[in-house]
Ligand binder design. Sequence first.
Ligand SMILES: Nc1ncnc2c1ncn2[C@@H]1O[C@H](COP(=O)(O)OP(=O)(O)OP(=O)(O)O)[C@@H](O)[C@H]1O
Length: 449
Amino acid sequence: MSSEIVLCVEGLSKCYRSYGRPRDRLLQMLPLAHGFPCREFRALENVSFEMNRGEAIGVVGRKGAGKSTLLQLICTTLSPTSGSVFVNGRVAALLEFGAGFNPRLTGRENVYMVATLHGLGKDEIDQRFSAIAAFADIGGFMEQPVSTYSKGMHVRLAFAVIAHVDADILLIDEVLAIADGCFVERCLRFLHGFKQRNSVIVVSDDTAAIIDLCDRVIWLDRGTRRQLGEPGAVCGAYRDDLAVSTKVGRRSDTDEEGQPSTPFGPGVSSGPARRIGEINARGLVADLQVFRFDPGASGTFGGWEARIVRVGLNDLAGVGLTWVSGGERVALRVEAQVHVQTERPVIGFSVKDSLGQTLFGDHVCTGPMGKPGAAAAGAWLTVEFEFLMPRLARGDYVIQVAIADGERNDHRQLHWCDEALLIRSHHDPLAEEARGIALVDNGLNMGGL
Ligand SMILES: Nc1ncnc2c1ncn2[C@@H]1O[C@H](COP(=O)(O)OP(=O)(O)OP(=O)(O)O)[C@@H](O)[C@H]1O
């Protein structure tokens, strides 16, 4: 990180006024007009900080804390009530999803329009267009009007454009929460590279991603700067504060007999089990939302001699789950069909965080059932990996699933799904010690042999 200051925010405050009647707001703007009754709300109060080139700063805070207001003041889409912002360089911002796009124009036309507004000439945009399209990865939608895009596509295109306009400072507001896990991974990889030379401010509730990316974090609380400092310490304090005062709705923790319905009960009394009991007793769970398997999702490859046809997370009665609690016993069921004789079929999975780091995984060759035998063309293979779902920090995770032919160190991928399932964790686990995986069983059933 260089010591060159690229941003200096000094005593920044923003006061919004709301009027009882809309026409009072208009009349108030007239010369000599004054005295119309209004209510003042201080969204930001005397916030100061500096940012160096090569620095990434995260902004966390509850809803309404003033995070978006701060970013809008920095990129001058809002003017401050008092205080100043000094910027040394070009700023590009991704503040609201779709902001800046004309919905009637195609993706391509919008790329040219937005990049032009950021100061790029037509030749420069021509040269960068294929890189922008590859980053956005929205296929034929690039030639469709933006009004036909999903929110995720908007974010993909908007991020791809600002990533290619030679900004010195990027401002990214919460929008990544809308994007899919795989794209978020791509954006975070980009931001890690970007901050080698430039600077970035990211607003996000994904404190794990913030800690990984940022050099410092600002915690805004009701418009004021409550803390500014080392990411782990500030995010930890912020999460603790949330935990103390947030009433987290949880699903039933006890069954009809009053026994704990999760494998971790509050009654256990020693070592890690006692710790887990304490966590359960605090009334917090890690609620994980499971998105449906999409066989057509991007990031699949392989020789196509086999196809992964279905992937789902089930409870132990085989019922598909769309929400799972951290600590709950689940079965990841993978169904595949081989289209050619396959001597040593192997099915495996791994769970990765939004930075692409593997948290855990397994494949049938290492499971208690031993190696599977050969499968004839047309055979269906079904594997169930049974495990205790770990308590995952807030953020997005993907489950990759693959079928291969061979052994651990010598195999050929037949079909690989990069993002077979997306899991979104909605709560912080509060207890890092509770992370982990306990594989209980897996089983391989082969039919049609
Ligand atoms: N135009 C406006 N007029 C009046 N109040 C506003 C206006 N814009 C924002 N506010 C208020 O200012 C406060 C800060 O808003 P801001 O959008 O900056 O918060 P935030 O931390 O980004 O919240 P969130 O996480 O929900 O996006 C909120 O209480 C909001 O209601």
